[in-house]
Design a protein around this ligand. Structure first.
Ligand code: SAM
Length: 479
């Protein structure tokens, strides 16, 4: 079967009918909605999501089986019922009334096949196997999705903004402009969220192509740091500081996962779950590095070196990269070398640990503030930064990271500073992972009980009245 690919426009003005309310119909409706269509679904029963869309007014639901005449006034129809007789009847009506129609999995009863579509804003990449293998199309879509990111969608928008000028160029120059947009610095700048700098760069390239005069790389307006020496900036890559979440690989963000899928090299912390590295594409280099092994400098040098080779670097850190991590210093190091950087926040263990144990950090009846502090011995032993005296007097919730080893010293400080020994306290180790364990106690007893339970790091300590809520909530929300 041969197909002629087209993209339908103006669907918001036209009635599109989907017959069927199951998972296949839902997929078809999702595709039509993404294309802006006005959708009617004819089916006695709907999936949960279709019901939600109907309740929200996103689709019109006709709650019964299909009847001839349901396609009246329709522009397009999709027969996705599980009953072949119904699909056949839909097809007959469509053929008889000139409605564009498709019976799913039945190319003989279809005017069109709906390709798998990868959408990045206004950029749509369609993959059609001429009806031969939708599963293969879906897999190809996944593979292309690794190479084509949200920045490509932004690039399409930017190219559209410049079209009044670039459209006047002769064909050869217009192609050269498109190539320069894809191969130069514009795309990496968009990938790291520096849209204004990307636009300035694209305009400079366009000027060069219009006038035939070479342009100087536009200085990104929001960054003042030195640019790398010329020659190094041409193919400069990007670095993304990505938060991996607290441990459970399901708790990385969608953006974080997309970054991993596009990375040439991933520099990962020890605490990062190995399953996350499966999101990388074949050939991606994975380097395990730790700052506290004294190699902060070498991590930064590695990121700079790889970015200057034009690579897409992901620095993957446990939790959030800017909380009790060295993300701030890494940003500074990269910015000072002119490397485009983007931060993809992560779910911090400071928030996820208590949540996974069923402990709300605030509750208007018990605590209206939270302090996140390090319990690392260097700071706890009088180092700068943690006002243990004030924290001892505060009625709010206290969350301590990196404090398991120094638990006796921390408890002593808090009690000396005024927190009563019967203040509820909990320690959650390996939060969000199958090996998560929680000890709920009081400041007076927690050291002994954690020792008896032999909790392993990493662990989060929570101190305050909210800990007692865990009992009242019946452990419903956590382990
Ligand atoms: C160097 S800090 C990194 C914190 C990280 N940036 C974050 O936002 O979660 C390491 C500390 O985070 C805490 N931590 C990280 N993952 C944890 C987990 N799954 N369960 C409990 N605590 C965790 C522990 O207190 C550990 O000592």
């Amino acid at each position: 079967m041969q197909v002629y690919p087209i993209g339908l426009t103006g669907l918001q003005e036209r009635r599109c009918v989907v017959v069927g309310g199951g998972a296949v119909a839902q997929r078809k409706v999702a595709g039509l909605l993404a294309g802006g269509a006005r959708v009617t679904v004819v089916s006695p029963a709907l999936t949960v999501r279709l019901r939600r869309w109907a309740a929200a007014g996103r689709v019109l639901h006709v709650p019964r089986t299909y009847r001839p005449g349901d396609l009246a006034g329709a522009f397009l129809a999709i027969a996705a019922s599980s009953d072949p007789a119904v699909n056949e009847a839909v097809w007959r009506e469509a053929e008889g009334s000139g409605v564009l129609a498709s019976c799913v999995d039945d190319p003989a009863r279809s005017h069109f096949v709906a390709p798998a579509a990868l959408r990045r804003g206004e950029l749509v990449v369609s993959i059609a196997t001429s009806g031969r293998s939708p599963a293969l199309a879906a897999e190809l879509k996944r593979m292309l999705g690794r190479a084509i990111g949200r920045e490509h969608g932004k690039l399409v928008r930017l190219a559209g903004e410049l079209r009044p000028r670039s459209g006047k160029l002769p064909r050869e120059r217009s192609r050269a402009f498109a190539r320069a947009l894809l191969e130069g610095r514009v795309l990496p700048l968009l990938a790291c969220g520096r849209d204004a700098a990307a636009k300035a760069e694209a305009e400079a390239i366009l000027r060069e192509i219009e006038t035939g005069r070479p342009h100087r790389a536009a200085d990104p307006p929001e960054r003042t740091a030195d640019r790398p020496p010329s020659g190094e900036s041409g193919g400069v890559g990007t670095v993304c500081l990505v938060g991996a979440g607290p441990g459970d690989p399901g708790l990385i963000t969608i953006s974080g996962r997309e970054c991993l899928e596009r990375a040439d090299v991933v520099i990962a912390d020890r605490l990062v779950h190995p399953a996350l590295l499966r999101y990388t594409r074949p050939g991606c280099e994975v380097v395990r590095r730790e700052h506290h092994a004294g190699d902060f400098g070498s991590v930064c040098e590695l990121m700079v070196e790889r970015a200057r080779q034009g690579q897409t670097v992901v620095r993957l850190q446990a939790g959030d990269p800017l909380l009790f991590a060295r993300g701030g210093e890494e940003l500074e190091c990269l910015a000072s070398r002119g490397i485009p950087v983007r931060v993809v926040p992560g779910v911090s263990s400071a928030l996820a640990g208590p949540a996974c144990a069923g402990i709300p950090l605030t509750d208007r009846r018990f605590s209206s503030s939270v302090a996140l502090v390090t319990g690392h011995e260097a700071q706890a032993n009088g180092g700068p930064g943690v006002a243990w005296d004030q924290l001892g007097r505060s009625p709010g919730t206290l969350v301590i990271l990196m404090g398991l080893r120094n638990l006796p010293g921390l408890v002593q400080r808090l009690v000396e500073a005024g927190r009563p020994a019967d203040t509820p306290a909990a320690v959650i180790s390996n939060a969000s992972l199958p090996e998560q364990r929680t000890v709920v106690s009081t400041l007076g007893r927690v050291v002994e009980e954690v020792r008896a339970a032999r909790l392993d790091p990493p662990a989060v300590i929570v101190v305050g009245a909210v800990v007692a809520l865990r009992e009242r909530l019946g452990g419903a929300a956590g382990r």
